[in-house]
Design a protein around this ligand. Structure first.
Ligand code: SF4
Length: 197
């Protein structure tokens, strides 16, 4: 069935077409540049204010940057350690200028000196009193293997017979630079720890 067109339009078809064409042309003329993303500022803000890392990294960063040393200096290597603490070598650059008289407040034992079997139980007790996680640096030939006193009947041929050792620093005595390198090696080791494995 054919539908008859109404002859009672308000505007003639030509006029409607003209207005519609004008509107389209105007829109086209004003749409040549893309409208910027209204949330673009978010990207910059996020980049400037959010740091992505892992909990492991943060924990290890805090631990490796502030090892607190427990006292364990039974012989002459101790003087090189004391020298390392002075202004020339400035061990505090590594956040470890604090020596703790209480092992419960320390997480690093630096064994600077000869260990005898009479003294060994005390070293193990001090180590056991340190909270986890904890590390040990064997400083000097005596700490590593007994050194020049190794054949003595009363000398422990290395601290690793009594407690676990993480880093060994050779020398009799090692210079402060050697101790600093040993500390840096320990820091690299701490950085690799997986706390939530
Ligand atoms: S390694 Fe040498 S300097 Fe160090 S405690 Fe032994 S004998 Fe003394």
């Amino acid at each position: 069935m054919e539908i008859e067109r109404s002859s009672q339009h308000i505007y003639p078809d030509e006029e409607i077409n003209r207005y519609e064409g004008q509107a389209i042309e105007e829109l086209k003329a004003n749409s040549q540049i893309a409208i910027p993303d209204p949330d673009e500022w978010l990207d910059d803000d996020l980049k400037q204010n959010i740091l992505l890392t892992t909990v492991d990294w943060v924990l290890n960063f805090a631990r490796r940057s502030s090892p607190w040393v427990s006292l364990c200096f039974p012989a002459c290597c101790a003087f090189e350690f004391i020298s390392a603490m002075g202004p020339r070598f400035d061990i505090s650059r590594f956040g470890m200028e604090i020596l703790r008289a209480s092992p419960r407040q320390a997480d690093l034992m630096i064994t600077a000196g000869t260990l005898t079997y009479k003294h060994a139980p005390n070293i193990r007790r001090i180590y056991n009193q340190m909270p986890e996680p904890k590390w040990v640096i064997a400083m000097g030939a005596c700490a590593v293997s007994g050194g020049i006193f190794r054949s003595g009947y009363n000398v422990v041929p290395g601290y690793n017979r009594i407690i676990p050792v993480d880093v060994y620093i050779p020398g009799c005595p090692p210079r402060p630079e050697g101790l600093i390198q040993g500390i840096q090696m320990l820091q690299e080791k701490i950085a690799k720890i997986k706390n939530f494995a």
